[in-house]
Write a protein that binds this ligand. Structure first.
Ligand code: ACM
Length: 543
């Protein structure tokens, strides 16, 4: 099933009296002392006698200090948010919505002028420049939980850590037995890379609004902040463009294998954008061009040099289609599409593809990409393009997404453009785990969990250093993936690993400790209802 053309391109995270003093560590502490429990400690309490440093937190925080006690959520616990920030109140409600179904504690959200009395959770903003836009400080004592950040986004990221500090069963949607204890200590944490994304190909197989929302929830749990939607390809056009309606009515009517396809209305897309925004995730829409455009070419004959509409395409070859780069109508079309997309996209970026345009001569490709860059800028956005766009003259505001060719990534950095790191050999979540994997493809590599984890964006491509890199993105292409169960099997558990590559400093990343954390994290993946690949490289815990 693999594409011959791609092959050519790539052959290439109270009770107990602990004897020890506070433990501060920058990597996971060994699961050593179990502490000496007092005779008043019940069996269930002993089971949750874990130190904060022993929680299976993913991504690993910058620093974790354990103080060896426990805080317990009870039916008296509420979430208090600092008065004056509606955003914080929404975040408080998001946390309550996470905790209430499984705990059944009826945790409410209150506003307050100062830290609440003991037994509660407090969310607040505080000037702390070192935490940046998304960093946070989470302090858990016997008396309560305090989560502070510079910005609401930081509080939201910290909630993901708080969530992982509770027993895995907190993730379940039906009521579970307590106790709901959190080990005490302090976590200070902030991201290594500003951009931490996932890409979902909704063109090869269409995924509806509820599926995309689920994926947004899943990536949010690992502190990702961007969802790139691959909205148009040879097999389907998935976003309503009011000035060119046949793109969706005709171009969106099928998918790989000939199924009925589908598309998002502009209202549905805006709903997705809002849903993502509430999770501090930016949607990045991609319309791939000049290649990967058969769905458009099938919908409007005038976009073809020979004025003949193409047949709809339901196979998985790549590199055979191109917009007619020499016709003015092509640029009118692009301007209309970019204008409508920009108007419903609050984020700064529009992705314009640019990959695998094998039937567009380079003499036509370069002026085309230059012109597309101008159109995107005219509509107030920054262009992202797959690494091939480096053949053109990149604006400093443009971002090149490295997937295949190191020389292109290096050239983008030399041109002053930022780079997103998505090496197909490491970060493509549709690549098979090994030769026995039934779903997915392997044109770039077989990617087991260790391989997906063991790489450093800052040293992957000679000449592309941390200063050149905007961040890391894990794309998932859907030639072989038709539903969420299949999508989750390929994305999990590699996605949490890539999220750690993007968030955690290289000094706290280590496969041998990561695989132990991941093994314990398996119970949480299960509780979240995620259909994950149980790699033999990891010892999965039973709980
Ligand atoms: C790509 O995988 N063609 C960007």
């Amino acid at each position: 099933m693999q594409s011959t053309l791609r092959t050519q391109v790539l052959k290439a995270v109270a009770i107990v009296a602990m004897a020890s003093a506070a433990v501060s560590c920058r990597t996971q502490a060994p699961a050593s002392s179990t502490g000496t429990s007092t005779s008043t400690t019940s069996a269930s309490e002993r089971l949750t006698n874990e130190r904060l440093t022993e929680q299976s937190l993913i991504p690993m925080p910058v620093s974790v200090t354990a103080t060896n006690n426990l805080f317990e959520l009870t039916s008296n616990t509420d979430i208090y948010v600092q008065d004056g920030s509606p955003e914080l109140r929404n975040i408080g409600q998001y946390l309550a919505n996470l905790l209430n179904p499984s705990t059944g504690l009826g945790i409410g959200v209150q506003t307050t002028q100062r830290a609440p009395k003991q037994g509660n959770i407090y969310l607040a903003l505080r000037n702390d420049a070192a935490l940046g836009d998304e960093g946070y400080e989470l302090t858990i004592t016997r008396d309560g939980v305090q989560l502070v950040a510079n910005k609401p986004a930081g509080v939201f990221r910290g909630i993901q850590t708080l969530r992982q500090s509770l027993p895995a069963r907190v993730e379940m949607t039906s009521q579970q037995a307590g106790p709901w204890q959190i080990p005490t200590g302090t976590i200070r944490d902030y991201p290594t890379y500003e951009y931490r994304g996932a890409m979902l190909d909704v063109a090869r197989h269409f995924f509806g609004v509820e599926d995309v929302k689920r994926y947004i929830d899943l990536i949010a749990a690992y502190k990702m902040n961007a969802l790139h939607l691959h909205l148009a390809d040879d097999q389907g056009w998935r976003i309503e463009i009011k000035s060119w309606p046949r793109l969706t009515t005709h171009g969106g009517s099928t998918q790989v294998g000939g199924g009925k396809g589908g598309f998002y209305t502009q209202e549905q897309y805006k709903d997705l954008v809002r849903y993502a925004q509430e999770r501090y995730i930016t949607i990045i829409p991609e319309i791939d061009m000049p290649g990967h455009t058969n769905a458009a070419l099938a919908s409007y004959p005038e976009l073809n040099c020979d004025n003949k509409a193409r047949e709809l395409y339901t196979g998985i070859e790549v590199g055979f289609s191109t917009l007619c780069t020499e016709k003015e109508i092509t640029y009118k079309f692009i301007d209309d599409v970019v204008r409508e997309l920009a108007a419903m996209t609050p984020g700064p970026f529009l992705h314009m593809g640019g990959d695998e345009s094998h039937v567009t001569p380079m003499k036509d490709y370069i002026p085309f990409i230059n012109r597309v860059q101008d159109i995107v800028e005219k509509h107030g956005k920054r262009m992202i393009g797959w690494d091939e766009v480096t053949n053109a003259k990149l604006k400093p505001s443009t971002v090149a997404q490295f997937w295949a060719k190191a020389d292109y990534a290096k050239s983008a950095a030399q041109q002053g453009a930022k780079v997103i790191m998505s090496p197909a050999t490491k970060a493509y979540l549709d690549m098979q785990y090994d030769s026995t994997t039934k779903l997915g493809l392997h044109w770039a590599a077989y990617i087991e969990l260790d391989s997906a984890y063991i790489w450093d964006p800052a040293t992957m491509v000679p000449g592309v250093t941390k200063a050149h890199i905007l961040g890391v993105e894990a794309p998932i292409w859907t030639e072989t993936l038709t539903n969420m169960e299949q999508l989750e099997y390929m994305a999990f558990p590699r996605l949490p690993g890539i999220a750690e590559v993007a968030w955690s400093p290289s000094t706290v990343r280590d496969w041998n400790t990561y695989k132990v954390r991941l093994g314990k994290h398996g119970a949480r993946l299960k509780a979240m209802g995620i259909n994950y690949y149980p790699s033999k490289l990891v010892q999965w815990s039973e709980q």
